[in-house]
Write a protein that binds this ligand. Structure first.
Ligand SMILES: [Fe+2]
Length: 250
């Protein structure tokens, strides 16, 4: 549970009523997983695939967030915490800063299997949570939340939002000379993932300066994404970003 030190998020916390999911909703989860998993087994970062096993994701039924947290928390201190929906930025950062990942519990309908405008449990858990089992990524994400929670300047937050977008949401990594995906927007969207794997999107080497200069477009497939060589790079980039925030040079 969150405590009094996380007051902004308190109003958004809910209980996941796991027994209330219908067989149809479990079937939608299974269909979504079956649609993307064969590709991910070949093209996802190994840290994502390891995390998938660590947190005990099931391919045929929706995840029980308490069970996920029971496996994840001893590993990296992160919890997958059920929330009612989209959080205001300050509450979102506050949760990340205390290693609670705000996790939606609803699942998309059969009419919108490929795309939902707001994140659902497939995007949040299948897409995001496996990476939280990786210690460096886990530390990076908590640090990101802590720094952003201390900022009120909109331009700075926009720049740091780009860092989140091009790593946590749409990050790629080179492993053994091959491009792999780890960002949740690529992991949970077959279309976005294929677009990148088919070479239809330029991939630049990750650079904090270029990332924070590159605007985010949410209404089209990406023309440019960034690849790291290891997750140490984003961890270090966040520390550089923090120093620049403190010295007003970001
Ligand atoms: Fe996301």
């Amino acid at each position: 549970m969150l405590h009094a030190t996380e007051p902004l998020a308190a109003a958004y916390l809910i209980h996941q009523d796991y027994q209330a999911y219908t067989p149809e909703q479990h079937a939608i989860w299974a269909e979504l997983v079956a649609h993307v998993l064969p590709e991910l087994e070949e093209h996802a970062a190994r840290e994502y695939l390891d995390g998938f096993d660590v947190i005990g994701l099931q391919t045929h039924q929706l995840p029980d967030l308490a069970s996920i947290t029971a496996r994840l928390e001893p590993r990296t201190g992160w919890q997958s915490t059920p929330v009612s929906g989209f959080l205001p930025a300050a509450a979102f950062f506050e949760m990340l800063a205390s290693r609670h990942f705000p996790t939606t519990t609803w699942i998309r309908s059969r009419d919108s299997l490929e795309y939902t405008p707001e994140p659902d449990i497939f995007h949040d858990v299948f897409g995001h949570v496996p990476m939280h089992a990786h210690p460096i990524f886990a530390d990076f994400l908590q640090h990101y939340g802590r720094v952003c929670a201390s900022i009120s300047d909109a331009l700075l937050l926009e720049k740091l939002g780009r860092l989140f977008w091009y790593t946590v949401e749409f990050g790629t990594i080179r492993q053994n000379g091959t491009l792999k995906v780890y960002g949740s927007g690529l992991i949970s969207s077959h279309r976005e993932c294929l677009h990148v794997l088919n070479g239809q999107c330029a991939i630049h080497n990750f650079s904090l300066d270029e990332v924070i200069r590159t605007p985010v477009k949410v209404d089209e497939l990406h023309k440019l994404l960034f690849a790291v060589d290891s997750f140490d790079q984003i961890y270090e980039a966040m520390h550089i970003a923090e120093k620049r925030v403190l010295s007003c040079t970001l």
